[in-house]
Design a protein around this ligand. Structure first.
Ligand SMILES: [Fe+2]
Ligand SMILES: [Fe+2]
Length: 353
C-alpha cells in the first residue's frame, strides 16, 4: 500500500526562495498587492505579492487555482469557495497558500495553487507585517540623542516636530511601498541612517569648509523625507495614499515643514536652509527634486540619502542568493546586478591565488 506523502512543513518567504524548481511549499502570509490579469487565451490570472516578517514574495495564481474562505469561525471546519469580490478584497488580509516553484524562461516563478482566506482574529495581519530589524526603543533613543546634539534653536524646533502627532506618525511610517525600508518604522530607520552618515561626512569636511553647519545637516537629514508620513499608510501593509500619488513626498514634506517652522517661529535663515535640503534631496530634477542641492549641507544630505538607498538595495538583492551564488538578479530600482563578495574571495585576493 503506498504511504501518504509527509505533510509539508510551513515555510516563510525566505525559505521559499531557497527551494528548487518543482519543489512545493505552503505558508501563511499577508497579501500586499493583488492584480487581476488575462492570459493569452483570455483566462484570468492574478499576480499576488505577499509578505511576512522575512520579506516579500511575488507569485502567479492561474485560473485553475483553488480559492477558499475560512474567515469566520463557522467556516473553520469546512471551507467555502471564495467569491470574486472576496478575492479582490484580499489586500491586507492574512492567507494560507500552497504553491510550487517553476521555471519560466530561465527565471524562477512561484505559483500559488490554493489560497485560503484565514480568520483574521486568529491570524492578525500585524503579526505578518515586516518591521525594522532595529527595535523601536533603540531607534527612538538614537533620535533623541541626535536632536539633543543640536544647538538650542534647532534642537527645540526638532523637539516640537517629533513630540506631537507628526512625531508618532513618523515613528510608525514605512520609507516606501517597495524598493527600500518598506516596513513599519522604516522611515525612522532610514532617516537616522541618513543623518548618521551625513553628520559623519559633515564632520569630515568641517575643517576644509568652515561655514559648514553640522546642525543644519542633522535637521535636514532627519526631516528630508518628512512628507512620507502623508505619502504612505500602513493599512496594514505599506500603501501609497492619494496625496502621495498626486503630490509626492517632496512637495508634501516641504509644505508640512513650512507650517511647522512657522508655528515654531523658526528663523527665516533656517527655514530657507532646511527647506532647501527637503526640496533638493533627490539630487536631480528627473528624480523629483524641483531644485538641485546648492549648499554644502544639501549636497551632503543628498549624497547620504542616495548612499543609504543603494546600500539597502544591495542588502535586499543579495539576501536571497543561494550558497555559492554571488551575483544577484537584476535589481530594477537600482538598475544593476549586485555582487556579494565572500570572505573566501577576499582571502584569495589577499594571497594572490
Ligand atoms: Fe526622498
Ligand atoms: Fe530618503
Amino acid at each position: 500500500m503506498p504511504t501518504a506523502p509527509a505533510p509539508l512543513k510551513m515555510t516563510n518567504t525566505s525559505d521559499v526562495k531557497m527551494l528548487g524548481v518543482a519543489e512545493v511549499f505552503k505558508g501563511i502570509f499577508v497579501v500586499n498587492a493583488l492584480v487581476k490579469k488575462t492570459d493569452k487565451n483570455g483566462r484570468p490570472y492574478w499576480e499576488m505579492t505577499v509578505s511576512d516578517r522575512h520579506g516579500n514574495l511575488n507569485a502567479k495564481i492561474w485560473s485553475d487555482a483553488g480559492w477558499w474562505d475560512r474567515s469566520t469561525p463557522d467556516l473553520e471546519s469546512k471551507a467555502d469557495m471564495l467569491s470574486e469580490a472576496g478575492i479582490n478584497g484580499l489586500k491586507g488580509k492574512v492567507v494560507g497558500v500552497s504553491g510550487k516553484v517553476a521555471d519560466f524562461r530561465g527565471q524562477t516563478q512561484y505559483n500559488f495553487n490554493a489560497i485560503t482566506l484565514l480568520n483574521q482574529e486568529k491570524y492578525p495581519p500585524t503579526q505578518y507585517i515586516a518591521n525594522s530589524e532595529i527595535p523601536l526603543p533603540v531607534l527612538a533613543e538614537r533620535l533623541d540623542s541626535m536632536i539633543e546634539s543640536c544647538r538650542p534653536e534647532i534642537r527645540d524646533f526638532l523637539k516640537s516636530v517629533f513630540a506631537g502627532e507628526t512625531g508618532s506618525a513618523f515613528r510608525d511610517a514605512p520609507a516606501a511601498v517597495s524598493n527600500h525600508h518598506a516596513y513599519a518604522h522604516g522611515l525612522l530607520e532610514h532617516s537616522l541612517a541618513v543623518t548618521d552618515s551625513a553628520k559623519a561626512m559633515a564632520k569630515t569636511y568641517a575643517d576644509i569648509y568652515p561655514t559648514l553647519d553640522i546642525d543644519v545637516v542633522v535637521a535636514g537629514a532627519l526631516l528630508h523625507d518628512l512628507g512620507k508620513i502623508y505619502s504612505y499608510s500602513m493599512s496594514p501593509v505599506p500603501e501609497i495614499t492619494l496625496p502621495g500619488a498626486v503630490l509626492d513626498h517632496i512637495a508634501l514634506g516641504y509644505a508640512a515643514f513650512d507650517k511647522l517652522a512657522s508655528e515654531a517661529d523658526l528663523s527665516q535663515k533656517l527655514r530657507l536652509e532646511i527647506g532647501h535640503i527637503l526640496l533638493s534631496h533627490h539630487g536631480q530634477k528627473e528624480f523629483g527634486s524641483p531644485v538641485l542641492p546648492a549648499t554644502l549641507e544639501a549636497l551632503i544630505v543628498s549624497a547620504a540619502d542616495e548612499l543609504d538607498f543603494k546600500l539597502f538595495c544591495w542588502k535586499d538583492a543579495v539576501k536571497d542568493l543561494l550558497p555559492g551564488q554571488n551575483i544577484s538578479a537584476f535589481h530594477f530600482a537600482a538598475q544593476r546586478r549586485f555582487w556579494r563578495t565572500s570572505a573566501d574571495s577576499q582571502d584569495e585576493t589577499a594571497t594572490g591565488e
